[in-house]
Structure formats: C-alpha cells, structure tokens
Design a protein around this ligand. Structure first.
Ligand SMILES: [Mg+2]
Length: 176
C-alpha cells in the first residue's frame, strides 16, 4: 500500500528539469543556462527537511543555477551530470546508509525509470513522458515546475504524520 510505504520515506530524491522546473532551459547571450524554480516547491522542501526527511538532487545536466538553488534550500546531496542515474543513487544509499525502500524519487522522463523502479515510492508529474505512468506509485496533479514537488512534499508530510508539527507555527493563534 502506497500510504504505508510513504510513512517509511527518509529521503526524497528529485530530478531537476521537468520536475523542479517546467523543463525549459533558457540561455542568455553568453550561453549561460537559466531555469525557473517555483517558490512553493522550495518551501515544501524546507518543511520536509524540518520533519527530518532529507532531500537530494540527481540531474543528467550540469548548471550553476542548480547548485545555487540547492545551496539556497540547504540540499547537500547534489549529483549533476549523471547520465546513468543509478550510479549516484547507489552512492547516495551508501553515503546515507538508507535502504531503497526508505527513499522516494520523482522524475519525468525515461532516464529516470531505472531509479523509479528501485525506490520505495516512485513519483512522476502530470506532464511527464506518459510511458512512466505504469511504473510509478503516484502522478502529481500539477505539472513540473508548477508546484508538483510541493504536492509530493505535502503528501509525504501528511502520510508520515509530521504535517501538524512542521506547520503548527502557521496555524497558531496570533497572540494579543
Ligand atoms: Mg527531467
């Protein structure tokens, strides 16, 4: 049952292009790559970390903006330029001592499939390559770069029973 497996998740690994972004890659006139990230995804990832669930990134591409965004969100597990995503995935398992069933992964394209098939919870986004759909546990309602990651974060927090604790400050009554 997917709900029970979500409860065991200690680490959320994310693809970048098409998951944390809408997949568009913008170049400036110097050839420097730019991407757009969604602020609500960022907050979701902070909430997840507050609940003790680690976050990591595995991307096939390489860009400075990804390193910047990861730094901003306090994400230390960052693997860029991974053509075979299973390699960094195995390295992360070794590094963290976690088992595959304690890891969730979100990806949107065929390159993500090998890792999606290994993890405890496999996520994809609404506008993913549709060939992924039979292999995942959950397809977000929102597309990549438009809050899909936030949806995953909120789901994991609610299923793990941490939602109330990590969001209590926002629901607290304002003191007179
Ligand atoms: Mg992708």
């Amino acid at each position: 049952m997917i709900r029970e497996r979500m409860r065991n998740i200690r680490l959320l690994l994310l693809d970048v292009d098409g998951v944390l972004t809408d997949g568009r890659i913008i170049y400036d006139h110097n050839g420097v790559e730019t991407k757009q990230f969604h602020v609500r995804d960022g907050h979701g990832l902070k909430l997840l970390q507050r609940a003790g669930i680690q976050v990591g990134i595995i991307t096939g591409r390489q860009s400075e903006v990804v390193a910047l965004r990861a730094r901003e969100l306090g994400i230390e597990l960052v693997f860029q330029g991974a053509k075979n995503k299973l390699e960094p995935f195995r390295r992360i398992l070794q590094q963290t001592g976690l088992r595959p069933e304690q890891v969730a992964y979100a990806g949107d394209d065929l390159i993500d499939l090998p890792v999606l098939r290994q993890v405890g919870c496999a996520f994809t986004v609404a506008d993913a390559v549709e060939e992924l759909f039979p292999y995942v546990d959950y397809v977000t309602r929102r597309p990549g770069g438009a809050g899909a990651v936030r949806e995953i974060c909120d789901l994991l927090l609610k299923q793990s029973g941490c939602w109330g604790e990590v969001t209590a400050r926002y629901f607290a009554e304002v003191a007179e």
